[in-house]
Ligand binder design. Sequence first.
Ligand SMILES: [Zn+2]
Length: 701
Amino acid sequence: MENNSFSILKRDGSSENFSLDKIMNAIIKAFKSVGETADLCSISKVLSNLDIHNGITVEDIQNQVEVSLMREGYYHVAKSFMLYRQQHTEDRETLDKIKFLSDYCNAANAATGSKYDANANVENKNIATLIGELPKSNFIRLNRRMLVERIKKMYDKETADKYIDLLTHHFIYKNDETSLANYCASITMYPWLIGGTTAIGGNSTAPTNLKSFCGGFVNMVFMVSSMLSGACATPEFLMYLNYFIGQEYGLDYYKRADEVVDLSLKKRTIDKVITDCFEQIVYSINQPTGARNYQAVFWNVAYYDRYYFESLFGNFYFPDGSSPDWNGLDWLQRRFMTWFNAERTKTVLTFPVETMALLSENGEPKDKEYGEFTAEMYAAGHSFFTYLSDNADSLSSCCRLRNEIQDNGFSYTLGAGGVSTGSKSVLTINLNRTIQNAVNNNKDYMEELGKVVDLCHKVQLAYNENLKELQKNGMLPLFDAGYITMNRQYLTIGVNGLVEAAEFMGLEINDNPKYKKFVQDILGLIEKYNKAYRTKDILFNCEMIPAENVGVKHAKWDREDGYFVPRDCYNSYFYIVEDDSLNIIDKFKLHGAPYIEHLTGGSALHLNLEEHLSKEQYLQLIRVAAKEGCNYFTFNIPNTICNDCGTIDKRYLKECPHCHSKNVDYMTRIIGYLKRVSNFSEARQKEADRRYYAHKDALKA
Ligand SMILES: [Zn+2]
């Protein structure tokens, strides 16, 4: 071995001139550490076994030194050398954490500072959020290892290697890898109604009156959320609240809303008692939560028109044998929505995320009153999702899932059919990279995509087995207590980069036959696998994930690796979000039946508008959605928040209408959550800047 002037590769990726002295010193130290002296003869024997070449890594040299020491019979020295290396590895990990800690402290806000989760719904940076961030890299390693071991057991090492290969080369992305819990759930509250929280490890008993319902509900949602990594939907929330109000003030309480029922000095009316309940629950749930590292819980609720109500709760009975009362619920839904809309001019309230479920018939909302009410609420500046379907067999009951309720009869042990559902795990395919990689290598991209989709299903089945094992060991009380059910929760295949892949293929992104066929081929292929892998215990679905977090990462990684990347954040829509040549009707068309038919999860259309429309105009757009078969949408008009006087205005304004300050911030929807733009991560703020908000005139086209 000669001491030539070649370079070695250090751990941080930089190069350094090779130095024989450094190796010799390390060996001498190792000898000394076990009380032996290293003479020149033994050192040169150890050195003579090394094979050093240009570009060799430090790790490789150290491995060779270990082997060489053992070959020469210096076992004690070799052992000491290994321990020394191990110690240094641990030191480096600690130093990495310290660097992360100081980077986090210096980041502009919590979302930018979070290396792993730019969607983290955290307003402030502090010691609690930092504590949440630090172990995330360990969780990622742990989750990968657990999946790899399971895949090896169920399939083979090759499949496990392929998973890690696709993951590290960003063909696929495992969502929420920083958490150990299953993803999101739309729960039934029935087990809580009959037994309190004891079955999930709490100590509160079943709610018996309005007061214990409100307090207990907040606790229950916190407990459930701490066992999920994503959202918790409570589709029965208002239906139960209506029940307890009825118990207290009679079923016809809403007809006597002005009646004074509080004999204290406050002299509250029934209406005031009810809105005080809203206030208690909504403000409590929007608080940062200790158990979730200072995030608020992600809480979703749903409203139903008469037809949805009947198909969901038509066979439901409360423990006392009574049925849910539509008239009371109808009033309560309207009251909650108008209250929440007004409350949002006082303060930023992100949760609950609301979905209005409407049944459509012949291009019209079947329940005319609810169609009108929905349009009215949009015109009043309220921000919520509408789920529209022409059959009551599907329902958006979770953050982004629809759920077949046709074949789900009422189950007394579970409470309500069609409610306890959700997604256990989301594994997302980077379509842009997968398709480009195939085309660049002269391969059939459908065939290559098929291989990736197939692997994703195997990985998800492995995840499912790991989850079942956790359940077997008593770690998943939400399932055991019946809030959710293992075989009614989906394994989700997410897609990202669909529009970008189509652009790469030279397609025009508008409603044209070639683009339509491309979308149908890709999503149809995934659906084919979803059906093939489906069993009576395992359900798969496919969704276009609300991808501003993953979308930014994919675009960055793909650009670094030389792929065609037309924008800094891959779309979550079937159109290009910054394309101002498309009008509102075009966008409904591009989220219409032909495009979404193979998506079994959500693909919410976010229509970004510059100003609010009239009730008539919104009603017209709901009809357009019904006609085009667009089943999930919202309107997004940025709200203005004055940084000086705190005024919140539902309009998109350049200056505060109250104090005329130009120091204003905006509140808009990102991944479905209404949030202050200044609290987005830096990448997301740029995306929000480029967002195009359509002018009212775009309607006329
Ligand atoms: Zn102001």
